[in-house]
Design a protein around this ligand. Structure first.
Ligand SMILES: [Zn+2]
Length: 818
């Protein structure tokens, strides 16, 4: 009898078949080798049943039915019945099962749910646990199959996660939605993350910038030329709250002599950054390339499926002994690579060893080691995939290089003064005389205040690279530009060649990017710059590396957050939801710290150190609690109209464009009579969001295809007049022939054709038919328009070309015409 292997997806099943089966046959829904059937899930095939599966009346959402706390049952995911049947059939012919789903919490759950649903618990079962899909790795894992029971705790943890999310998601979403009359989605992890984003926004909104002033002076002396900033006392602050004071200091030092009072020099080292886990990779790809977290994950997953990198959803930034051996093999396989080969050649293998705590920490490798390339080196990667792969490779190679070394120099320059009107004191430059010339510390203390006598101190600092070390591989290191020349010894006489007052403002807190949000999720909202502290917090973050991208995407999908450039901003609806949870006094739904502790609990269950039942009890308690808290809630707490999703900005009055069932319209139509409306259906054509946005932003749509009553297609452009708020059709019938002529005219750019276009313009006419919204009448007119359009085809097309040229907007128009 054969053994049945279940992989997480078809591509993984194929990789396994290629690695172990020698020859195999492709069958419907599975692969067959001499000793194995190899089949697959497609993500989850089985899921927790929905409320209405337990009781059909629960299909309707009613507050009175809450909380819903079922004895959990399983049901197939939509369209998964066929594959489940295949698996059940194969299992009957097999002597045992091998779980070859992804080596992680979710992979364990996918397999166990299938087994439970198909009642295959009685069969002998093993676990194939591999970090990558290369043949080498799969064969090693097959030779070292683990008994399935070894992963029972991981499964328990996965089930707790799944059921916990169900209980909170279903009950909170139904409770809030029925209470406030609007679809409000909540989730165990999703809502605390939203709360963090809203909190950040509130801090920014409450921020009042303060103006302050700094005094910058330029000093010149023997062999030096540099700038310094005035310091109050011993470097406590450089800020002055009064401009007059700043100006007085600048005036007092400008043109005076001074002396270098202190030169502190130290060397610093910067180790290569640790290897990537998923979150760090996502953060860096966001910072460097602007990728969203989900985009980076998607690319990493594709690289993994192509066997080029190890399992991407990892939480570790280290390797253990085995990982280290793999890392070494990977680096030797890169030796012949045109780009990475030279870096391998120059690297020092002696630096990569088991005692190097910057790379090797067995205790920090639980399910997976850090992200590594595999020994399979791709040759044809391009674009975004190459960018991500390149990051991972360079990060590994960096560890074959020495730390980067810097020389940091901090210089204090003193400029003595007697009074604001006094003359300069020329200090003797030689060190022996210095002691008498430098005022005592009491004077320095007073130096912040103009007048009297003392010394103004100026601070200058530079960090010069001595040896870029690993940065030549991974740091984006460029040789420094010409730097200032700071003095090298104390006592040197200098001259203040100018002093200026600079007005500055305190900076508001920064908005989250996807990168900084991931960092905040990892540490449950705590701002930690220290790498070691981050490492400790990892166990108690919000969600897991595998799920964080999906959480952010979910918040976008349900309309709680939006991206403005790279910045994440909460929408009015997102802000309103957080206020509602606050008002309902359910702080636990907003607490990052609490959610982080739950995550830790799940990790402890996976390690066998905590009880699943305890977790279940706490989650059920919360479900009961939140429903109870909402009993007293009032519908009026939620201002529906203020929370409508802002679709765009009104080009006429600057108001918000909001979406309703039939149109995108200006929110000011009632108060200010603003007529701006983009109908969702226009002349029988569905207007996509993209088209609607183009109309709002540019006043015209791309070229679209409309149909006459006789189903005859004709192209046209919708133009939108923001002043009247009307959509009109500007159409021309571009036949294949005339399109082609457009192309040749453009490519030749001959004067003759330009002239002929110019001539045509005087005769040409454009039909625009004003239609505020689709109606029967409009549809009748449509056919007539189309007929007319056909007649005018040539002239109109010419006119279009001309106007496209004139507008300079030709690129897009032309592209859509071709
Ligand atoms: Zn408006």
């Amino acid at each position: 009898m054969k053994t049945l292997i279940i992989a997480e997806k078809p591509s993984a099943a194929e990789a396994i078949a290629e690695a172990i089966a020698g020859s195999y046959q492709k069958k419907r829904g599975y692969l067959e080798g001499p000793d194995y059937y190899i089949t697959w899930a497609v993500g989850h095939l089985v899921q927790l049943a929905e409320p209405e599966d337990y009781r059909s009346s629960l299909k309707r959402w009613r507050f009175g039915d809450l909380p819903i706390i079922p004895d959990f049952q399983l049901r197939p995911v939509k369209k998964a019945e066929g594959q489940l049947k295949t698996i059940a059939g194969l299992a009957k012919k097999s002597r045992g099962l091998i779980n070859a789903c992804d080596a992680a919490r979710e992979g364990e759950l996918i397999f166990r749910y299938i087994v439970a649903y198909l009642r295959m618990e009685g069969m002998p079962a093993w676990r194939l646990w591999t970090a990558s899909l290369t043949g080498e790795a799969i064969r090693a894992a097959m030779a070292d199959l683990k008994p399935l029971e070894r992963y029972d705790n991981l499964f328990k943890s996965a089930r707790c996660r799944s059921e916990g999310d169900w209980l909170i998601g279903i009950n909170a979403t139904r409770a809030f939605t029925t209470r406030f009359g609007e679809l409000l989605s909540l989730g165990r992890v999703q809502t605390p993350v939203l709360a963090m984003i809203c909190e950040n926004r509130r801090r920014r909104d409450a921020f009042v910038p303060e103006t302050y002033w700094e005094v910058w002076a330029r000093f010149r002396g023997e062999g030096c030329d540099y700038r310094g900033v005035w310091l109050q006392e011993k470097g406590e602050t450089r800020r002055l709250n009064e401009k007059v004071k700043a100006e007085a200091i600048a005036a007092a030092v400008d043109g005076r002599n001074g002396e270098v009072r202190q030169v502190e020099e130290k060397e610093s080292r910067e180790l290569p950054p640790r290897l990537y886990d998923l979150t760090t990779l996502q953060r860096e790809c966001n910072r460097l390339f602007g990728f969203s977290a989900s985009k980076t994950l998607k690319i990493a997953q594709e690289l993994y499926d192509s066997k080029f990198i190890t399992y991407p959803r990892t939480n570790s930034r280290f390797v253990d002994k085995h990982g280290l051996a793999l890392l070494r093999r990977v680096v030797s396989s890169l030796a012949g690579h045109p780009v990475y080969g030279p870096f391998v050649a120059k690297g020092n293998p002696q630096l990569v060893h088991e005692r190097n705590r910057n790379i090797c920490r067995p205790e920090a490798v639980e399910d997976h080691h850090a992200l590594l390339p595999t020994t399979l080196v791709p040759s044809g990667l391009v674009g975004d995939k190459l960018k991500v792969y390149d990051r991972i490779v360079r990060r590994v190679l960096a560890h074959y290089y020495l730390p980067a070394r810097y020389r940091e120099r901090v210089v204090l320059t003193g400029v003595p003064f007697e009074s604001t009107t006094g003359k300069a004191t020329v200090l003797p430059a030689d060190a022996s005389a210095k002691a008498t010339a430098v005022p005592d510390s009491a004077h320095i203390k007073e130096a912040g205040v103009p007048g009297g006598a003392g010394v103004y101190l100026f601070r200058s600092a530079e960090k010069a690279i001595i040896d870029p070390g690993w940065k030549v591989v991974d740091g984006g290191w460029t040789p420094p530009k010409e730097q200032e020349r700071l003095p090298e010894r104390t006592g040197l006489a200098v001259f203040c060649a100018g002093a200026e007052v600079m007005e500055k403002q305190t900076e508001p807190p920064k908005a989250y990017t996807e990168g900084s949000l991931l960092a905040a999720m990892e540490t449950a909202g705590k701002q930690l710059d220290d790498e070691e502290l981050r490492e400790i917090m990892k166990d108690a973050g919000l969600g897991t590396p595998a799920t964080r991208a999906a959480t952010i995407e979910r918040l976008k999908e349900v309309g709680y957050i939006e991206l403005q450039g790279k910045q994440i901003e909460p929408t009015p609806k997102g802000m309103a939801l957080v206020s509602l949870v606050e008002k309902s006094e359910i702080p636990i739904l907003l607490s990052a710290e609490m959610t982080g502790r739950w995550e830790k609990f799940l990790n402890e269950i996976a390690r066998g150190n905590a009880q699943p039942l305890e977790f279940n009890r706490r989650v059920s308690d919360l479900a009961v609690h939140l429903v109870k808290q909402l009993e007293a809630a009032e519908k009026s707490w939620y201002d529906k109209s203020a929370c409508a999703r802002r679709f765009g900005i009104c080009p006429r009055c600057g108001g918000a464009i909001v979406e309703n069932r039939k149109a995108y319209g200006c929110a000011n139509w009632k108060d200010e009579n603003c007529p701006v409306t983009i109908w969702k259906t226009f002349k029988g054509k569905r207007i996509t969001e993209k088209t609607a946005l183009a109309l709002l932003e540019k006043g015209r749509s791309p070229r679209l295809r409309f149909y006459t009553k006789e189903k005859k297609p004709y192209p046209a452009v919708i133009v939108f007049d923001a002043q009247t708020g009307m959509m009109n059709l500007e159409f021309s019938s571009a036949t294949t022939k005339s399109t082609k002529s457009t192309r040749s005219t453009r490519s030749k750019k001959s004067t003759a054709s330009v002239e002929s276009i110019g001539a045509a313009e005087t005769n040409g006419s454009t039909k625009t038919v004003k239609t505020p919204k689709p109606s029967k009448k409009a549809k009748a007119a449509e056919a007539a328009e189309a007929a007319e359009a056909a007649n005018n085809a040539v002239t109109v097309e010419k006119r279009r070309r001309r106007s496209a040229k004139k507008d300079g907007a030709s690129g897009d128009d032309l592209k859509s015409a071709l």
